[in-house]
Design a protein around this ligand. Structure first.
Ligand code: ADP
Length: 256
């Protein structure tokens, strides 16, 4: 027990706070967070997207947000709007090439400010992109924000699932409910021969969900369109013609 209670008053206008977590980096956590938020927004919900990955805030790029938040007269920050979502990121507050080298307490302070000093307004969902792993920042987040539920992102690979298991333990210790597991980079369909390849192994996410008695929220294939959407700032979940977009829409509906 950290001795700090999540205070219900932290974000009074927000109905549901969903934290997107992963045990290790590079499994597509930010990608899933952005597509989840955009998918919920597309479904008609009022959505905020909070990029709390202080050490690698990539979310603004993934939604093509290069403007900075404006301030109100009483010096509160107005989130940047993208695809109908309200976005806030550490990336807006530090210079583009400034590496963030703060220690835990500083991160905690800045994150807390980011909560308190932003005009989020009324939202149905706040999606938080947590940094990978189970360190100080994640704990800060769970301590200061009343998370309604978390989504754990993993690839099918054993080492990713092992690390995701630690993430699950962290949420367990903080009594934060886990909404479920989503498996990213599940399969790859060869564009030439059409056959499916299991590049990172097969079934790891589903097995993890079964073993930990958590819902399985979906599997997302490896698809160059996902990477391109991230780089170009157009989440693939919004692409009506994309099969992977459809898988992401189903995942968003499953999580809602
Ligand atoms: P994390 O937040 O876990 O570090 P990212 O979301 O930044 O991971 O994803 C890592 C890289 O993999 C990015 O370049 C992203 O575009 C790419 N990527 C993520 N998911 C997929 C996918 N399903 N298919 C293809 N590329 C993906």
């Amino acid at each position: 027990d950290t001795g700090v209670d999540a205070d219900e008053q932290v974000l009074p206008g927000v109905e549901n706070i969903i934290a997107v977590a992963s045990g290790k980096g590079g499994v597509g956590k930010s990608t899933i967070a952005v597509n989840l938020a955009a998918g919920l927004s597309e479904m008609g919900a009022r959505v905020g997207l909070f990029d709390a990955d202080v050490y690698g805030p990539n979310v603004p790029r993934m939604v093509d947000a290069d403007e900075r938040p404006q301030a109100t007269q009483d010096e509160r920050l107005i989130p940047v709007e993208k695809f109908g979502m309200k976005l806030m990121s550490m990336d807006f507050l530090v210079g583009e090439d400034d590496p963030v080298i703060w220690r835990g307490p500083m991160v905690h302070k800045v994150l807390t400010q980011l909560w308190e000093d932003v005009e989020w307004g009324s939202l149905d969902y706040m999606v938080i992109d947590l940094p990978p792993g189970t360190g100080d920042t994640q704990l800060s987040m769970l301590q200061t924000v009343p998370v309604s539920g978390s989504v754990i992102v993993t690839t099918p690979q054993e080492v990713a699932v092992d690390d995701a298991r630690k993430g699950l333990e962290m949420f367990g210790k903080h009594e934060t409910p886990v909404l479920g597991i989503v498996e990213n980079m599940s399969t790859f369909q060869c564009p030439d021969c059409g056959s499916e390849h299991h590049i990172f192994g097969e079934g790891g996410g589903q097995a993890f969900a079964d073993e930990s008695d958590m819902p399985f929220l979906g599997s997302i294939p490896i698809d160059p369109a996902v990477r391109e959407g991230g780089d170009d700032g157009k989440p693939v979940v919004l692409d009506e013609d994309s099969e992977t977009g459809e898988a992401l829409r189903e995942f968003a509906a499953e999580t809602a």
